[in-house]
Write a protein that binds this ligand. Structure first.
Ligand code: NAG
Ligand code: NAG
Ligand code: NAG
Length: 406
């Protein structure tokens, strides 16, 4: 049952500060990877909406659509001395508030404890049709969603007073019932007080056979980061359905602190950002669910390295910082630093990013004086190809989450 809720309300007033690149000489090889088709961001306002922007054949963005999720956004609280105030940027403090699996899009609604599912029109990827009703998450304050195309599973991380990971199957008819919460060792409030001690990201392994969740520790109390590992269980003898195991392993990782957004890599490896110092390369034994730290990557001068994405063009991982507009590129084999690029966009920092084609799409929430924007970064030339400002009533400092239809 498709409930039709596509609204082409779009009005994305924009200023595009594109730098025209010179025409490529005909001898240049074609790009290795096809450009993405569209990006998706949540407005995370009281009436939450998806901001969908099409990607042109040159990788650049143009005006798109706004589609209501049928749920509400919210903000975590930041602790300032003895006072707790709603965060003004990075309001969910997560990676992947929105995710794509096949031609479906999923988005969390932190303020209404639901997850929304949309069908993406393959010919017009900014046209979204809500599938069914937003599904109730059995936890509070969902901030991140991961999905497996192969297994038709979607899992949500809730980080409020009732915290943990809940999963459901999905089909063209919509989401199944969200299952029992898998606890992740948090003792939070709703809204949670963060960024420390909250879930960073819920995501599937590269082979989609394992579900992971990062949980941030807190350097102030010497709490380290945790990686939750839950196996995807295939049905026996064709009976039952594929599901994520309720019996996971929570790996408390001594060499980590504020484990945040992550890029899954082949062979059960993960490059996860750590907001306290940079990143860690993790290795998971999928038989036992045991995770270990293979390499610690100290990123000099970092403020809060929170997001990570693997570029299909360069096969390297790009990290983004909440504190300033800079990318750090890491080897996906050992995590060593390959390059550092100051973007010089005037943005105060980034709060999610995703690679597609030969570009990185990075969301800046802006601040009281700088409008939210998406930076389109060319991973080959290491230059900003476009700085696309989001303008309109939906584009506030509360925007969070960015994913791409590849
Ligand atoms: C959880 O936090 C509350 C205060 O926020 C505290 O009273 C309680 O003891 C904590 N519980 C655990 C198990 O740490
Ligand atoms: C954290 O660990 C350091 C070094 O081991 C210690 O000096 C400090 O007292 C600890 N802080 C807390 C809050 O436990
Ligand atoms: C917004 O961010 C810019 C860039 O970092 C900074 O120069 C400016 O002071 C910030 N404005 C506020 C109100 O914090």
């Amino acid at each position: 049952m498709h409930s039709s809720t596509w609204k082409s309300l779009l009005v994305l007033g924009l200023t595009s500060l594109a730098t025209e690149s010179a025409a490529a000489p005909t001898s240049c090889p074609p790009p290795k990877v096809k450009p993405g088709r569209a990006i998706y961001i949540t407005s995370n306002q009281q009436q939450n909406s998806i901001i969908a922007l099409p990607i042109g054949s040159n990788g650049q963005l143009s005006a798109g659509t706004l589609t209501a999720t049928g749920g509400s956004g919210s903000s975590i609280l930041n602790q300032n001395g003895n006072v707790q105030t709603p965060a003004t940027a990075d309001v969910l403090s997560s990676q992947s508030a929105v995710t794509v699996a096949g031609n479906y899009l999923f988005a969390v609604n932190a303020g209404s404890n639901t997850v929304s599912m949309f069908a993406i029109d393959p010919l017009h990827p900014t046209r979204l049709t809500m599938v069914g009703r937003p599904a109730a998450v059995p936890g509070e304050f969902p901030v991140t969603v991961g999905a497996s195309t192969k297994n038709k599973l979607v899992c949500v991380g809730a980080t409020g007073a009732k915290s943990g990971v809940s999963c459901a199957s999905f089909s063209s008819k919509g989401l199944g019932k969200m299952d029992q919460l898998r606890p992740v060792g948090l003792n939070q409030t709703t809204p949670p007080v963060g960024p420390p001690n909250t879930i960073g990201q819920v995501f599937f392994s590269e082979d989609e056979e394992t579900l992971y969740t990062t949980v941030k520790g807190n350097p102030a109390t010497n709490t380290t980061g945790t990686l939750g590992v839950f196996a995807v269980e295939q049905p026996c003898d064709g009976r039952g359905a594929v599901a994520v195991s309720q019996e996971g392993k929570l790996n408390v990782l001594d060499q980590t602190a504020v484990l945040f957004g992550a890029a899954p890599l082949p062979d059960s490896q993960i490059l996860s950002s750590d907001a306290a110092f940079g990143a860690v390369m993790l290795s998971v034994d999928t038989e036992t669910g045991t995770a270990s730290v293979k390499n610690v990557i100290d990123v000099a001068g970092q403020k809060a390295t929170c997001w990570a994405t693997l570029s299909p063009e360069t096969n390297t991982v790009f990290l983004a910082d909440a504190g300033f507009d800079r990318f750090v590129e890491l080897s996906s084999t050992d995590g060593s630093i390959k390059s550092t690029t100051n973007l010089n966009t005037g943005d105060p920092g980034i709060n999610d990013l995703k690679a597609a084609g030969s570009f990185i799409y990075a969301l800046s929430p802006g601040n009281a004086t700088v409008a939210p924007a998406v930076t389109v970064f060319d991973v080959v030339s290491k230059k900003v190809a476009q700085h696309y400002q989001l303008k309109g009533s939906f584009a506030t400092n509360k925007v969070q989450g960015l994913t791409v239809l590849a």
